[in-house]
Design a protein around this ligand. Sequence first.
Ligand code: SAM
Length: 471
Amino acid sequence: MYNPRSLKAEEFIDHQEILDTLAYAEAHQNDLPLIHQIIDKAAGCKGLTHREAAVLLLCDDPGARARIFEQAAKIKDAFYGNRIVLFAPLYLSNYCVNGCTYCPYHSKNHHIPRKKLTQDEIRREVIALQDMGHKRLALECGEDPVHNPIDYVLESIQTIYSIQHKNGAIRRVNVNIAATTVENYKKLKDAGIGTYILFQETYNKEQYEALHPTGPKSDYAYHTEAMDRAMQAGIDDVGCGVLFGLNLYKYDFVGLLMHAEHLEAVHGVGPHTISVPRLRDADDIDASQFQNGISDALFQKIVAVLRIAVPYTGLIVSTRESQKTREMVLPYGVSQISGGSRTSVGGYADGGEEEDSSQFEISDNRTLDEVVHWLLERGHIPSFCTACYREGRTGDRFMRLVKSGQIRNCCLPNALMTLKEFAEDYASPDTRRLALDMIQQEAQTIPNDKVRDIVYQHLNDMDGGMRDFRF
Ligand code: SAM
């Protein structure tokens, strides 16, 4: 039954293959020769199979664990350096016809204020986000064909891209909307979206159906096959994820990697990003009522094993996680984080004054400037880069660049130039000072002489007010 090349959800996410993988991993979780052989393979930076990764996830040997973390940190450094890309979610509407039992936007929640932004309100939100320094957004929206049809999402994207405010502009809009048709994915592609993001929530069909009792999202196959439709429509950067806490973490970890293998086998390119959200308390949701929560230590291990299993895939950690947890996982593979986020509809412009329409509680409530300051202090380069997709480096073209290591001559310059924009236009004096020191120090390490000279030139031109240089 298991067939990674199949287009049928239940064949590429075959339940029996997941159970067999977990049985294999349990049988080998103390098999140190095998475990070290798998870690050696990971050191070649070519990734791991879902079975190999499952063995590493379950092994408890302290020596092996230390090697896994060491390897994850090395791979992170080799492909992503010390850069961390920043983004913010923008909630367009919380009208939703689905019955997701873990999400406060479910249709039976009659007391949460329902809101949908008008184009003018979107403008206000985007200006507030630009005033913070954001250049990259993730659009979030409930599923409701009447209130939030695809035309509303498309119009909103157009509005966002059209806003020029002071020196700012949103340059990349990623989209996290419900599974849809090939035709609608084509429209999103034509609207110039960055990544199409859709969390699977859980790969376990039985659990999935229990957690999504009503609404269009209850169709497991339609949801699970969404990335294939998106890719068929020409969107070649897709972002996967599961919501940890809903189902047994091991099951979903294996499912996530099988999904990545399937996309690679069928479309020649795996997911552009993987997100690792954990369930949070929300309006009428008590996360402690769900039996599958995972500890911080396990969360950290999931991040590290994902890093070495899919070295070319970006890893995203949101403000669902606290500063402390983010500190725990950043060195082991995370490449993107959100900052200064609000999960309510209209939450940026209203400053949290309005009735609370938020999707879940945020654990990291710092401002974007504070997040940037913290990253700099810890030796990371905060990056607002959006160059790749604007230069056509998406899908396998992006992957080829990462695999060849050439990304260092693009990403580092882009990170430094966008950090300089942030420092000049938005940073507090203290953050600005740290940023300029970091830029000076890191610019010297750009490997290619010619690229380095151009970067110095662009950095100087920025002092004269020039913006948006990119490689
Ligand atoms: N309507 C789209 C869909 O169905 O995929 C977008 C969903 S929502 C705006 C984005 C994500 O938030 C969901 O996919 C889910 O994983 C996550 N989410 C929902 N409730 C949550 C909660 N209580 N805590 C943490 N994350 C939650």
